[in-house]
Each structure stands twice: as C-alpha cells, then as structure tokens.
Design a binder for this molecule. Structure first.
Ligand code: UFG
Length: 314
C-alpha cells in the first residue's frame, strides 16, 4: 500500500514506519521535526518536512491510507499550556482530515490514548468505558476520535482509533529519545546509564498491591504491528475504536525491579510526591483488539526493558 505517516520521525511513528516499510509498504513520512529526529526516519521512507496543518499541500489521491501519529503528548505540559494542544492536536488533525477528505483518501488510522478514559474505576478498561479525560491532552485526542466518527458517517471514511496504554521498548535503532523525558522506563534507564543519580517514585500510598500506580506496559513493536492489522480491518463508513494493551498491570515497583534485573544496575530510587493527575490503575481489556484485528501481544515487560536498555546504551 502507499501510506502517509504523520509523525514518523517520533518514537512510535518511527518504529511503525520501520515495520510498515519492512512489510513491503511504500511509506512517506510527514513530520515538522518539532520533537522528532530526521535520522529516526527509516532510510527507505520518503520524507517531507511539514506541519500537519499544511497537509493539503502534500496529501493526494494516490495514498491508500494515512496513519496519524503527529501530536503533542505530554500530559503535564497540556495542563500548563492547553492552547498548544488545541492548536497542534485538534486544529492540526482537522486540517489533516480535511485534506484526506478533499483528496479522497479512504482510510485513516489514528493514535488515540487511554487518557481519553480519564481515571475510570474499572479493573479492566474496555471500549464501552465512558470517556472522561482529566487533562487537555486526553481531551484533544478524544476530540479527534469524535471527528473521525462524524467523518466516517458523513463521508464514508474507514477510520480506526487505536487507544494506546503505556508504550515502551525499542526496535533496533528506533526508540525513545525525547528532549523532555517524563516516562517511567526511560527515566529509570537514565539512572542505569549514570546520566541521572537516582529515580523518583511518584507516590506509594495508592490503593494498589504495593501502593504505587499500576499501568499496562505494551512493547512498541507489538503496538506497531497492530497498525498494519488495523489497515486490513478498516471498513468504509465505520469508525472503530480499539484499545491496545496487554491486559496485565505492573506497579512502579515491579518496573523498577524489572529494570534492575534487565540492566544489572542498582538503580537507586527515592520516594517523591504523587504526580498530579495520575490515576491509580490503568489496565486495558484487549478483547476487542483480539477479535477485530486478530492481534495479541507477543512481548512482555522484560522484553520492553531489554530492548529499551540496548537502545539507551547506543
Ligand atoms: N512514574 C514514576 N517516576 C517517574 C516517571 C513515572 O514514579 O520518573 C510513575 C507515574 O507516576 C505513573 C507511572 O510511573 O504512575 C507511569 O508513568 P508514565 O509517565 O511512564 O506514563 P503515564 O501512565 O503517565 O502516561 C501514559 C502515556 C500518556 C497517556 C497516559 C494515559 O504516556 O501519553 O498513559 O493515562 F496519556
């Protein structure tokens, strides 16, 4: 297929681009390099440096599908500077969707997030769970999900929103290198490499097994491969919303143990204040992904740590 990947110079977009190229697709990456890296784009992908806001200049009817990763994605930043999230994630996505409609591209796969659910009190979050985002990042992604529902109804778009839980790991030379790193696994690895002295554990008085927050950690390669399956499952006139997670939750302490095991380093950690806005438990039901996509995760927390550790040492 001929595919346009927005945000293909970023972490998840670059891994997805690599997997799609290796599966034989013809990929063009559109990225403004605001947070991505030019050398993270697979060498066999074509590259356009542009904002999604200017998608109309670059999208034409020769594409079979658009995969839309380009977004701002820091929860804390979204609370402090919400306007950045409306402008980039909402306005930018609308411009892209308009370009897709005008060009007659039939399929769109969108990077949505568990943050659209907010802080539900269910043990396993499925797609029928009410969407009540608690920060502008989650709100901006939910707004785009809603645009896609309407676009499928009005114009027959085949749309799939994939709601990611906690993504980690790397794929060879493609991995996570954010200027501002807020995520748990890369931050623990910065301590293992010696770049930082100690890790911070944000709160140990949550109502969980050991008091630290529980998350569902999914390997970025498993996540990427779900996008290839979503291209096959996309159906004209339908907007499908599908969670991507493993269905298993790990506490922050579990992840710390896994990093100590996987790196062989001590990784000193201190207890810190709770981080505002962190829900206690977020674990996905992936029954719909299994049913609709025929997808199942093949890698676990130890693989995430091992692959991210190899990447961090490069
Ligand atoms: N944490 C620490 N120390 C750190 C970093 C994180 O204790 O240095 C804790 C957090 O408090 C949280 C857990 O580790 O309990 C995971 O935190 P991350 O920042 O790695 O991930 P989040 O669960 O906050 O965020 C992820 C995605 C977001 C998405 C969100 C959905 O990265 O894009 O899930 O709720 F919005």
């Amino acid at each position: 297929m001929k595919l346009l990947v927005t945000g293909g110079a970023g972490y998840i977009g670059s891994v997805c681009t690599a997997r799609l190229v290796e599966a034989g697709h013809h990929v063009t990456v559109l990225d403004d390099l605001s947070t991505g890296h030019r050398d993270a784009v697979h060498p066999d992908a074509r590259f356009i440096e542009a904002r999604v806001h200017d998608a109309a200049d670059h999208v034409d009817g020769s594409y079979d599908a658009v995969l839309h990763f380009a977004a701002k994605s820091l929860v804390g930043e979204s609370v402090e500077k919400p306007e950045l999230y409306w402008e980039n994630n909402v306005v930018g996505s609308l411009q892209l969707i308009n370009a897709v409609t005008a060009a007659g591209v039939g399929t769109m796969i969108f990077s949505s997030t568990a943050a659209t659910y907010g802080a539900p009190d269910r043990t396993l979050i499925d797609e029928s769970c009410p969407t009540m985002p608690v920060n502008p990042y989650g709100m901006s992604k939910l707004a785009v999900d809603m645009m896609l529902t309407a676009q499928a109804q009005a114009h027959g778009l085949a749309a799939v929103s994939l709601r990611y839980f906690n993504v980690g790991g790397a794929y060879g030379v493609f991995g996570e290198r954010h200027a501002t790193e807020t995520h748990l696994v890369p931050n623990l690895l910065k301590v293992a490499t010696g770049e930082r002295n100690e890790a911070a554990i944000f709160g140990n008085d949550y109502p969980t097994r050991d008091g630290t927050c529980v998350r569902d950690y999914l390997h970025v390669v498993d996540l990427s491969d779900a996008h290839g399956l979503a291209l096959d499952a996309a159906t004209p006139g339908m907007h499908q919303v599908i969670n991507l997670g493993t269905g298993t939750g790990y506490t922050v302490n579990d992840v710390l143990d896994a990093v100590r095991r996987g790196t062989g380093h001590e990784v000193p950690a201190r207890l810190a204040e709770r981080r505002p806005g962190d829900p206690a438990v977020l674990v996905a039901s992936n029954a719909k992904a299994k049913d609709r996509l025929g997808w199942a995760p093949t890698r676990g927390l130890d693989d995430i740590v091992t692959d991210a550790w190899q990447f961090a040492q490069r």
